[in-house]
Ligand binder design. Structure first.
Ligand SMILES: [Fe+2]
Ligand SMILES: [Fe+2]
Ligand SMILES: [Fe+2]
Length: 418
């Protein structure tokens, strides 16, 4: 059973990051294109290797989504003067969360001066050097327009930028009309062709999908904790309700991705320490359709359907489609309960976590009104302690890795005074 194609995972990641800041993703695509043409010209790479490289090159500035959150428009600043924060965070993000950790250091070194990079012992250092060149070419050609001349970097050859890389770039830029293709947007077709060669095995796919979920942490780390909690509760409930393997896998992906669209809700609304007004509730409620739109045509329909129904309620009072209980399947009902419980047991800006007694009372009320499914609610209540134990063990494992990433970043940034 294939729930999602490798290339669609990559496209989904791009679309998700575009929600935060579209221009930075476009920069990534142009840089990836230039690097791809350089490597293709150089030869010796299989298509699937080029596809992996295109992915990393596209996401080379992924750290900036976190470290430059308030100043993503000021690309010239963090790309030319303060590059350390985004290279380190991007490196750690790839090292801990992606299945291609051997390429993570490419991100770490993509702003390192060539003189220094030369001395580093790392098999993919040329790739970092090429990204550095492509990135300069893209930023300066975009900023300078007709004043731009790619030879202007020649004085940096062998010092800041790789001399071999620069020569290769000049050659490729002329031969393939790189700047023209970028201007006309034609480069996108060539990129689309190469990403068809992406092949990840199932384990790598799972890791990429989880990495995608972690992208919501660029905006708000609390939503990562929520997502991990919901995924774990769904896993426990699926076990107790004896869902089959296929249902479990669909539910897993649905739970993982169900709130991606929250990235578009302004933080002043998500963090408001008070009850929201009607207008604000409307804005929040849109996150379901935003998520569905992101996932549609990328991941299989039955997973999208699980996501789409996570705020529906059995009595027809939910949103966005006011579905009734009989219109929903078991996986949808499980996610509704898991998402509700997550909302109650995790801290919110406007209240403390609810106690077990309070959670059970609230769940019983929802089931009595036919808003949440009685069977799922009863399973949740009957196995409450064992489910919560499973949740905290699983969450603890995942949170440990995520916290290692964050604390390593904090340590390094303190050391370098970032
Ligand atoms: Fe960068
Ligand atoms: Fe960049
Ligand atoms: Fe939601």
């Amino acid at each position: 059973m294939e729930l999602i194609k490798s290339k669609d995972i990559f496209l989904l990641m791009k679309d998700t990051l575009r929600l935060i800041h579209p221009r930075l993703m476009d920069h990534g695509s142009r840089v990836a294109y230039m690097v791809y043409k350089m490597l293709q010209e150089k030869g010796g790479y299989e298509e699937f290797e080029l596809a992996d490289i295109v992915m990393v090159a596209t996401l080379h500035d992924i750290g900036a989504y976190k470290t430059e959150a308030g100043a993503l428009n000021d690309m010239l600043r963090y790309e030319s003067r303060d590059s350390r924060a985004h290279t380190i965070y991007g490196y750690l993000f790839f090292k801990y969360l992606s299945p291609v950790e051997d390429l993570a250091r490419v991100i770490m070194y993509h702003h390192t001066d060539y003189e220094q990079l030369k001395k580093v012992n790392y098999e993919h250092k040329n790739l970092a050097a090429y990204i550095n060149i492509a990135e300069k070419m893209d930023i300066y050609s975009s900023a300078m327009g007709s004043q731009f001349n790619m030879q202007m970097f020649h004085k940096q050859a062998g010092v800041k930028l790789s001399d071999e890389g620069l020569d290769l770039f000049y050659q490729v830029a002329k031969k393939y009309d790189i700047f023209e293709k970028i201007k006309s947007g034609k480069y996108k077709e060539e990129l689309d062709d190469i990403i068809d060669y992406m092949i990840f095995n199932n384990e790598d796919k799972k890791k990429f999908m989880e990495m995608l979920m972690y992208c919501i942490g660029f905006r708000d780390e609390g939503s990562v904790i929520d997502a991990i909690t919901t995924v774990s509760i769904c896993g426990e409930l699926a076990q107790k309700l004896i869902l089959n393997e296929e249902e479990k896998e669909r539910l897993y992906y649905g739970a993982l991705l169900h709130d991606l669209g929250m990235l578009t809700v302004p933080q002043k609304i998500t963090d408001a320490p008070r009850k929201l007004n009607a207008e604000e509730v409307k804005v929040i409620n849109k996150h379901v359709n935003v998520t569905v739109k992101l996932l549609e045509n990328r991941i299989r329909e039955d997973v999208v359907a699980i996501v789409a129904a996570h705020h529906e309620r059995g009595d027809g009072t939910g949103y966005p489609n006011r579905l009734k209980n009989y219109q929903m399947n078991q996986e949808q009902r499980v996610l509704q309960v898991a998402d509700t419980v997550t909302g109650m047991i995790n801290k919110r800006s406007y209240r403390e976590p609810l106690t077990k007694v309070e959670v059970i009372k609230a769940l019983n009320e929802e089931a009595a009104k036919n808003r949440l499914n009685r069977q799922v609610v009863e399973t949740m209540i009957n196995f409450y302690d064992s489910i919560m134990e499973g949740v905290s063990t699983k969450s603890a494992e995942i949170m440990k890795m995520y916290q290692t990433l964050t604390s390593q970043y904090n340590q390094v940034s303190k050391k370098f005074n970032i």
